[in-house]
Design a protein around this ligand. Structure first.
Ligand code: EPZ
Length: 429
C-alpha cells in the first residue's frame, strides 16, 4: 500500500493548479442518468472516487469516453468526459458498489425520476459518523414515491412518475438536496425545497441541470424551486474549482510560510475559511489567475472555528485547520457540528507532538513550538491531508500511511506540493 513521506521544514513558494471539485463532479456524473443524451463534463478531476463512480454508473448502463489530457499530463488540467445513459439496463445499485462510496447512493434520485423505480443498497455508516438516509427517504416520499427497506436495500417505486411537492428539510443536507433537485427535475409539476443546502456544488449541479433543460431557480439560497419537465437533454458543463483543495493548500501555506498562487480557483467559494486564515496571520488576496496566499514572518495566531453548512466554515476543512492551529501561539477551540465522529486526526496529530484535548464536539488545541515527524495514518480523506500539513513543518520525516484515502480526493498531491518546494514523495508498495 502506498505511503507519502514528508521531510518537514521547507516553506512553500510557487503556483498550485486547483483541480475540479470532487464533490461537484460526483453529483454531476450521476445527473447523466437523467437523460438518454450525452452529458459532457469538463475539468473532471482524476481521483479514485471518480473512477469508482464511473464503474458504478457503468453498472446502470452509462457509457463514457474520455477526451483531453490524461493522468500523466499537466497537473490541474482536468479531463473532459462524455457520459451517455442511452438505456438504463439495471436499476439496482448493489451493496458491493454502494458500500465503497456513499455518494453512489444518490443514483436513487435519477433512477426513480427516469425509470420510476430503483433498488439501492443502504450505504451504511462510515468513519466520520453514522450518516443516516432519512432525509432522502422522506423527501422522495414527499414526491410520491413508495420506499421500503428490504434486506439492506431501499426498494423505491413511483408508479406513473414522481409528482412535485413542497418539502422542508428538517436538517441541511448536501446529498439529499442534490438528490431531490435531480428527482424533481423530471417530476410532474412544481417542487419547492425549503431549508436546502446552499453549497457551491449545489449551484453547480443546478446550473448543469438547467443547461440540460431543467427549470430550477433559487439554487444557492435556502429555497429552491423546480418546475418539472418531461425530458432532459444532453449538455456541456465545466466542473467548478475544488474549494476544499483550495482551502487545504491555503492552510498548508499558512502553516509553512511562503508565497503561493492557487491557480484557477475563486475566493468567493470559501470566504469563511479565508476570514479564519487571515485572523491566523495569512494574507489572502484575489489575483488575475486565482488566489494568492502569503505568510512571511508573522507567527500563527490562535483562532476559534465552528463548522457549519455553507456559507459557514466547512467541515471538510476542519482537520486541516486543526493541523494549522497545532502551531499557533495560544489556544484555539474547534467545534464540529456536522459529523459526530470527525476527530480521528486528533490522535494522529498527537503522535507528532500536538496538544489537543476533546470534550464532546469541541477540540481544544494548545499551540506547540515544535512538531516532530512520525509514522501516522488516518481513516478518512480530510484527516489524512491534515497529517500531511502537519508533516510539512514537523522536524524530520513524517510518513502518512494508507494513501488511498488521499487519492480519493486530492489529485497528485505530492507533485503539487513538491513543485512549490516541499520535500514530499510517494513510496509505492
Ligand atoms: C457531503 O456529504 C460531502 N460529500 C461531504 O464531503 C461533506 O463533508 C458533507 O456534504 C457536508 O458538507 C459529497 O459531496 C460527496 P450531508 P453528505 O448530507 O451529502 C446528516 C469529503 O470529505 N444527514 O450534508 O453525505 C448527516 O449525517 C466528504 O469530501 C441526516 O441526518 O453530507 C450529517 O450529520 C465527506 N440524514 C449532516 O446531515 C440524511 O438523510 C450533513 O450531511 C442525510 C444526512
Amino acid at each position: 500500500m502506498d505511503r507519502i513521506r514528508i521531510r518537514g521544514g521547507n516553506t512553500l513558494n510557487g503556483t498550485i493548479p486547483i483541480s475540479g471539485a470532487k464533490n461537484a463532479a460526483l453529483p454531476l456524473m450521476i445527473a447523466s442518468l437523467l437523460t438518454d443524451d450525452t452529458l459532457t463534463l469538463e475539468n473532471v478531476p482524476h481521483l479514485a472516487d471518480v473512477e469508482q463512480l464511473i464503474r458504478i454508473l457503468g453498472n446502470h448502463g452509462v457509457d463514457y469516453t474520455v477526451s483531453g489530457k490524461r493522468v500523466s499530463s499537466t497537473p490541474g488540467h482536468g479531463r473532459t468526459i462524455h457520459f451517455t445513459a442511452r438505456t438504463i439496463v439495471d436499476t439496482t445499485a448493489p451493496y458491493e458498489l454502494v458500500s465503497k462510496m456513499r455518494a453512489s447512493f444518490w443514483v436513487i434520485g435519477p433512477l426513480l425520476a427516469r425509470m420510476h423505480k430503483a433498488k439501492v443498497s443502504l450505504p451504511g455508516g462510515c468513519a466520520i459518523g453514522t450518516r443516516p438516509v432519512d432525509l432522502f427517504i422522506d423527501g422522495l416520499r414527499a414526491l410520491g414515491a413508495t420506499l421500503e427497506i428490504e434486506a439492506g436495500y431501499i426498494v423505491a417505486e413511483a408508479k406513473g412518475g414522481l409528482v412535485g411537492n413542497r418539502f422542508v428539510f428538517p436538517k441541511v443536507s448536501v446529498g439529499a438536496t442534490h438528490v431531490l433537485m435531480m428527482a424533481a427535475s423530471l417530476a410532474n409539476g412544481e417542487t419547492i425545497l425549503e431549508n436546502a443546502a446552499r453549497e457551491p456544488e449545489i449551484v453547480d449541479l443546478a446550473t448543469c441541470l438547467n443547461a440540460m433543460g431543467a427549470k430550477i431557480s433559487g439554487a444557492g439560497t435556502k429555497t429552491i424551486t423546480i418546475e418539472g419537465v418531461t425530458a432532459l437533454s444532453g449538455a456541456r458543463h465545466r466542473v467548478l474549482p475544488d474549494r476544499i483543495e483550495t482551502g487545504t493548500y491555503a492552510m498548508a501555506v499558512a502553516m509553512t510560510g511562503g508565497d503561493v498562487v492557487l491557480e484557477g480557483t475563486n475566493a468567493a467559494l470559501l470566504e469563511t475559511a479565508f476570514t479564519a486564515l487571515r485572523a491566523a496571520g495569512a494574507e489572502v488576496s484575489s489575483v488575475a489567475n486565482g488566489i494568492r496566499i502569503v505568510r512571511n514572518g508573522s507567527g500563527v495566531h490562535p483562532v476559534d472555528v465552528v463548522t457549519d453548512p455553507f456559507p459557514g466554515f466547512p467541515t471538510d476543512l476542519q482537520a486541516q485547520f486543526m493541523a494549522l492551529m497545532t502551531r499557533s501561539s495560544g489556544v484555539s477551540l474547534i467545534t464540529e457540528t456536522i459529523f459526530e465522529n470527525r476527530f480521528m486526526h486528533v490522535q494522529e496529530l498527537a503522535r507528532l507532538g500536538a496538544k489537543i484535548s476533546l470534550s464532546g464536539q469541541v477540540a481544544r488545541v494548545e499551540g506547540v513550538g515544535r512538531l516532530a515527524g512520525a509514522p501516522v495514518m488516518a481513516t478518512d480523506l480530510r484527516a489524512s491531508v491534515s497529517l500531511v500539513i502537519a508533516g510539512l513543518v514537523a522536524e524530520g520525516d513524517t510518513t502518512v500511511n494508507r494513501v488511498y484515502h488521499l487519492d480519493r480526493g486530492f489529485e497528485r498531491l505530492e507533485e503539487k506540493l513538491s513543485a512549490c518546494g516541499a520535500e514530499v514523495e510517494r513510496i509505492s508498495g
